[in-house]
Structure formats: C-alpha cells, structure tokens
Design a protein around this ligand. Structure first.
Ligand SMILES: N[C@@H](CCC(=O)N[C@@H](CS)C(=O)NCC(=O)O)C(=O)O
Length: 345
C-alpha cells in the first residue's frame, strides 16, 4: 500500500474558498492522489508561487504551481482519462462547460453578498477564515487583528464582486432561482448528464459548499433546500461513485425538460450578459459596466479576470460540429444564450 508521498499533487486551499472546495471534490472523485494543505502555508504558496494571488493552487509532482480551477480541471482531464468529468457527447460536454463557467463567474456574486453583507455574517465568517488560517489556534495573539483585517478587506470588495445595493435583491433572487432548480433536480437524481458528475456539478458544489457554512445562508439552505444542503455534503467526497453518461441532447424534449435547461436560462439571464458587458466596458476603457436584468441596472467594476471567459466559450461553441450546433441551438436560443455564443471571438 502506498501512502501520499512528496511526488504527489498538493492542493493549497481553504474550506472557506468555493474554488478550493470545487477542486478538492474534483480530485477526490477522480481518485488523483493529493495532499490537502491549508492555513498560512496555503496562503504563502498563493502569494509567492502564482500570479495573480488566488487559491486554490495545485502543486504538481514536477514542482510547478498552477492556479485557476477551470484551467486545472481542463489540464487534469487531458492528463488522465479514467473517471473523466467531461461528458462523452460533444453537446453535453459544451453544456457542462457553460454551466461550470456560470457557477464560477456568476454565483460568486450572490455568495459573496450573503457572506459579507450583514455585520453578523462579517464577524462570524471572518473568524472562521482566520480559525482555518491559524490552524485552530484561537489563542494566537494576532487572531482578532487578522479577523478584523480580513473582515474589512472583504467587505471593501463587496461592490466589485456583487455590485451596488440597488441590485442586491436581484443578485440574491438569482441565487434562489438556482437553489429552486437544484432542489427539484436533486430530488430526482444527483447529476445532470447521467449517473456520474461533470465539472458543472463540481462548480455548483463549490459555491454551495460556502452557503451551507455561512451564518445567514446556512439558515435558508437548511430550511428551504434540505436535499441540496445534503447533496453538498455528499459531493464533497464521491470517490466511491461509479456511474455512466446518459446523453441529454439525444432528443430536444429531453434537454428542454431537464434541469440543465433551467441552468442555461440562468446563464442567459445573468452570466452571459455580465461577461459581455464586462468585455465591452473593457474595450471602451471604462472602469465600470452596467447591464439590466428585468429592468434592474446591475453595475460592477470591470474585472480583467472575466475577460477570457466569453471568448473561450465562443471558441468552444464555434468548434462544435454542425450537427451538434443544430441539436443545441433551439435550447440555447430559447434560454437566451445563443446570441452571446454564436459570435466569432
Ligand atoms: N477563477 C479562479 C478563482 C479563484 C478565486 O477567486 N479564489 C479566491 C478565493 S475563493 C481568491 O483567492 N481571491 C484572491 C483575493 O481575495 O485577493 C478559480 O477558478 O480558481
């Protein structure tokens, strides 16, 4: 029996980081041996080994360090074939990628808002981050100072990540739409494309893994979405799951009646318009961008980190075969996604 040795992967991350949890659950499912490293050590690696400063970071057996969960997943999908999270069908694989991007780039807005809006959440959540940072040493002489520093830092990022107070209700409502879809879906089956997970489930899991821990969000998660809350606990480690892909796009009604179609509508309403508005503002050298959801203006600071997302999705869409496009287009169009994707990047 071999134990985890220094030549295995190391995942540097935090329980309080959605992308770290996404990556950890992914590696566990793939049965890729790795060591989890958290606390100050993880933060030091993120500060010194990668650009920009972000967790999670994956330490490769060859001594290199890489961040960005989607990029890491794409790389590991190419390196190892067993238990891949890329659906076999080209159409389903594209949908999984689009939903993964929606979860990573849009759901961070409501999650961050719930985490940092109220004073009670700020205090509770900052303490939990620092508890992890100091590896449980609550008596550390810097504990309170660091918790306060982190509280102030994160709260000051609220409008950059979640927008202005005028759109808070809309941002929160967008999360409750997702949660309602997930609760309905999970009451039927745990996965979207058969009896095995795609990267889309791991990305949604990453964000929801935060809501079940945070003070205010935990209440509505448990009260209103009990099976979604339990699903989060399960997905954290599904290294024992074995399943098969079941093509979703074999018949148009199949896709249109699935939770994936509901998720596409959320991408078309929130995620893709946000990526486009961010891209346009950046091209016009503006610092903020604005787009409307059902008449509610949503204003955010331009984030360079979102810029590669839309061209990457457009490139994937354009590379699909004509028959796959013909299969997907009616659903993408009805869900309000096609106009953003059917563009040469
Ligand atoms: N796209 C990246 C996002 C990672 C990310 O935003 N990580 C957060 C923590 S969850 C972070 O480290 N932010 C840096 C900061 O707060 O300055 C991924 O998928 O890994």
């Amino acid at each position: 029996m071999s134990m985890i040795t220094p030549d295995h992967y190391k995942l540097y991350g935090f329980l309080m980081s959605p992308y770290s949890m996404k990556m950890r659950a992914y590696l566990r499912y793939r049965r890729i041996p790795f060591q989890w490293v958290t606390g100050e050590a993880a933060n030091n690696v993120a500060m010194t080994k990668v650009e920009p400063y972000m967790v999670p970071v994956l330490g490769y057996p060859d001594g290199s360090y890489v961040n960005d969960s989607s990029h890491l997943i794409a790389d590991l999908e190419a390196r190892y074939r067993d238990r891949s999270t890329t659906p076999e069908s080209e159409a389903d694989a594209f949908l999984a990628l689009l939903i993964e991007d929606y979860a990573d780039e849009w759901l961070v807005a409501p999650f961050f808002l719930y985490r940092w809006e109220s004073e009670a959440d700020q205090t509770h959540n900052a303490q939990w981050i620092i508890y992890e940072y100091f590896r449980g040493n609550i008596g550390h002489d810097q504990f309170d100072t660091m918790a306060e520093m982190w509280r102030k830092r994160q709260t000051s990022l609220l409008s950059a990540v979640s927008g202005k107070p005028a759109s808070y209700d809309m941002v929160k409502a967008s999360l409750h739409e997702l949660l309602a879809t997930m609760e309905n879906a999970i009451r039927k089956r745990p996965f979207f494309f058969g009896s095995r997970p795609s990267s889309a489930e791991f990305a949604i899991f990453g964000m929801l893994s935060q809501l079940v821990q945070d003070l205010s969000a935990n209440r509505f998660m448990r009260d209103q979405h009990p099976f979604t809350s339990r699903w989060v606990g399960v997905i954290d480690d599904i290294s024992d799951f074995e399943g098969t892909w079941e093509p979703l796009c074999d018949q148009p009604e199949h896709l249109m009646n699935s939770p994936v179609y509901e998720l596409l509508k959320l991408s078309g309403r929130y995620h893709l318009p946000m990526l486009l508005a961010n891209q346009r503002a950046s091209q016009n050298q503006e610092k903020v961008y604005c787009f409307e959801v059902a008449g509610v203006p949503h204003e955010r600071r331009v984030l360079p980190r979102f810029l590669p997302c839309l061209p990457a999705l457009q490139q994937h869409y354009n590379a699909l075969s004509d028959s796959t496009k013909a299969t997907l287009n009616p659903a993408l169009e009805d869900a309000g996604c096609l106009q953003f994707l059917n563009v040469k990047p």
